[in-house]
Design a protein around this ligand. Structure first.
Ligand code: GLN
Length: 462
């Protein structure tokens, strides 16, 4: 197919203009310079058929992923003026594959949250219904894709921050296996859980982008040297014979009826497509939220100790050293981040370490073993992504526990480190999107993408 000259440039420039004018959905925190020039360069490569695999795609990057010379705020006042001197590995890879990065997206402060209401720079609105949250923490990236501003976007997922906003906005979002994608240049929240992943309206572009960003990186010692397949190669395959596990713990009390019905409908669709449906149990699921909020806050309290007013960003100077620390943090950190630092410090403190942190690590092991065992019987697990559809802006902000519970179905895969994708399963009667989660075995991103693609192609047809 002949490439239309300057179509990428026109498209990119018009998005930049819209973002600069009224920033639709409040999705972006900054726009990169020279978008038009870079677009033209990519287009001339496309003309001569020498462009990389992301040629023609417009990309947004969550604002906790470093782009050299561009503010990386993490949605926090404490980093409002921080400009990283280097590119994250994923950013370098996207640029060398000719993806056109146009801006950085809004997010909950330090990726702590499920709605973007914890951003220091204002809440993102869900493109499907602007009175609703887009989900979080990567809500800006999800809204930018769902609202058609960009083709694909990067997010980060520590306990659900890609999958939950993907479900709320009606798009696909994948959190790869822990270690599949380099975290170099991702600002740390909870290092043993954080993973960079992708948003896309269609699985084809998600697979393309994931292929580019995956792989071992000498700058991230937790990245894996498991070979990276071409994730696009599995798309289009049928699912006959596939063993689909349905964990009973995920279809329980608290799940919205319409979501439940849609999940059942999809299970039926799998069956009719020749898959084998296997009822399974992940018995430690009910401990996942408590375990996550101990481990994630403990790691966060340690990772965020570096924001002291001396090394990065905001600095309230004037008094003695102690007051620089205290005043910088009091002004720079929002309520949710403060709550988590306090909780994390508490669970790590002498006398409580064994009762909370150590115990949580043991339970995490049990949760992981649940997954290891179940993947001896099945190829994928299928669950809802979220217990409800997108909630109204302001709906849960006063109740942190209710907010934490919106991650109930996404957190277990994060604790285990297995890959998972949320794919759109249609809409509820109020038109809000419903997401289905496909969880795969370690480093088996291929199968979850294959099934996601199969759903995208065929589910609406039944
Ligand atoms: N909503 C969860 C939290 O607040 C998950 C966040 C994330 O995945 N970054 O911790």
């Amino acid at each position: 197919m002949p490439v239309k000259l300057d179509s990428l440039t026109k498209r990119a420039e018009s998005v930049v203009e819209r973002v600069n004018q009224d920033n639709p959905y409040h999705a972006f925190l900054s726009v990169l310079p020279d978008v038009g020039d870079r677009a033209l360069q990519i287009e001339s490569k496309m003309q001569s058929q020498t462009s990389g695999s992301l040629g023609g795609l417009i990309v947004a990057v969550k604002d906790n992923i470093s782009v050299r010379g561009i503010p990386t705020t993490c949605g926090s006042a404490i980093l409002e003026n921080y400009i990283p001197p280097y590119d994250a590995t994923v950013v370098k890879k996207i640029v060398s594959a000719d993806g056109l990065i146009i801006g950085k997206t809004n997010m909950d402060e330090f990726a702590m949250g499920s709605s973007t209401e914890h951003s220091a720079f204002g809440t993102v609105r869900n493109p499907v219904d602007e009175t609703r949250v887009p989900g979080g923490s990567s809500g800006g990236s999800a809204a930018a894709v769902a609202g058609g501003l960009v083709d694909v976007a990067l997010g980060s997922d520590t306990g659900g921050s890609i999958r939950q906003p993907a479900a709320f906005c009606g798009i696909a979002g994948i959190k790869p296996t822990y270690g599949r994608v380099s975290r170099y240049g991702l600002v740390a929240f909870a290092s043993s859980l954080d993973q960079i992943g992708v948003f896309s309206k269609n699985i084809e572009n998600a697979a393309k982008l994931l292929t580019v960003i995956s792989g071992v990186d000498p700058d991230d010692s937790t990245s894996s040297n498991t070979p990276v397949p071409d994730y696009s190669a599995v798309l289009g395959k049928e699912i006959g014979g596939l063993r689909v596990g349905i964990p009973k713990e995920y279809l329980s009390e608290g799940l919205n009826d319409e979501i439940h019905r849609q999940i059942e409908k999809c299970i039926d669709f799998f069956r009719k497509s020749g898959a084998e449906i296997v009822p399974v149990s992940l018995p430690h699921t009910s401990y996942a939220i408590a375990t996550y909020y101990i481990i994630a806050t403990a790691e966060a309290s340690s990772n965020l100790a570096r924001y002291d007013g001396i090394r990065y960003g905001l600095s309230k100077r004037g008094g003695d050293l102690e007051s620089v620390y205290r005043e910088t943090r009091a002004e720079g950190f929002g309520d949710e981040v403060t709550r988590r630092i306090v909780l994390g410090t508490y669970v790590l403190s002498a006398g409580y370490y064994d009762a909370y942190y150590d115990k949580a690590q043991r339970v995490r092991r049990l949760i992981k073993e649940d997954f290891v065992k179940v993947f001896q019987q099945v190829d994928i697990l299928f669950t809802p992504t979220t217990p409800t559809t997108a909630f109204p802006i302001g709906g849960k902000i006063e109740d942190p526990l209710a907010m934490y519970l919106s991650d109930v179905y996404t957190v277990p895969a994060s604790l285990a480190g297995v890959p998972a994708i949320s794919v759109p399963l249609g809409n509820a009667s109020d038109n809000l999107p419903i997401g289905g989660q496909i969880i795969g075995n370690y480093f088996d991103e291929e199968t979850i993408l294959q099934v996601g693609h199969y759903i995208e192609r065929n589910f609406s047809l039944i």
